[in-house]
Design a protein around this ligand. Sequence first.
Ligand SMILES: Nc1ncnc2c1ncn2[C@@H]1O[C@H](COP(=O)(O)OP(=O)(O)OP(=O)(O)O)[C@@H](O)[C@H]1O
Ligand SMILES: [Mg+2]
Length: 182
Amino acid sequence: MTVYLIVGLPGAGKTTRAKELELSESALRLTPDDWQQAVFHGDGPTGWRARERADQRDRIEGKLVELGMRAAQLGLDVVFDFGFWGRDERSALRWIAASLGVRAQVVYLPVEDDEQRRRVTGRWSADAAQFRFSDAELTQWRAQFEAPDQAELSGGPVPPVPAGYATWRQWASERWPSLPQR
Ligand SMILES: Nc1ncnc2c1ncn2[C@@H]1O[C@H](COP(=O)(O)OP(=O)(O)OP(=O)(O)O)[C@@H](O)[C@H]1O
Ligand SMILES: [Mg+2]
């Protein structure tokens, strides 16, 4: 079985690709944006800024990781449509997948700045419920984003877990507090 880790900035085309894989691989697609918009449906396009949302978002993602990894163990391909801006996030899920005997494939969708702004604006015009963010946020997020390197893209060895953690699983349970330690 394969879990696909979809990596990219807002508007990179992650959900578009995730839906393609959902069809072509008969995969289970897990898109936290859908869950957040469904659970916090009163939020509107800017409510994601509410003080408690970041923590709630992490908790949604943690349960989706738990669910997706279980589904992969049970024989489904799974698409994690998360974005995974951080290398450590990708390392942690690659490590967890390997520990369960599941293949992990990093799928990176780069997007140029101009094209990203065009797409994000286009999407708002098409669907007013989509999360809204500013030009300044797009710039800041691009600076934070850690693009995957060749080793990650080709399924190379997972780097050692950061100091202070016994395993990547333990690191992941801190990053996503709703994800069980085992
Ligand atoms: N390869 C592509 N070429 C041109 N337009 C694209 C491409 N992929 C996606 N788009 C368009 O860009 C917009 C954003 O795509 P999509 O929703 O898949 O991005 P996303 O990475 O999931 O964004 P977000 O992080 O905000 O969820 C949509 O309008 C989509 O139709
Ligand atoms: Mg998306």
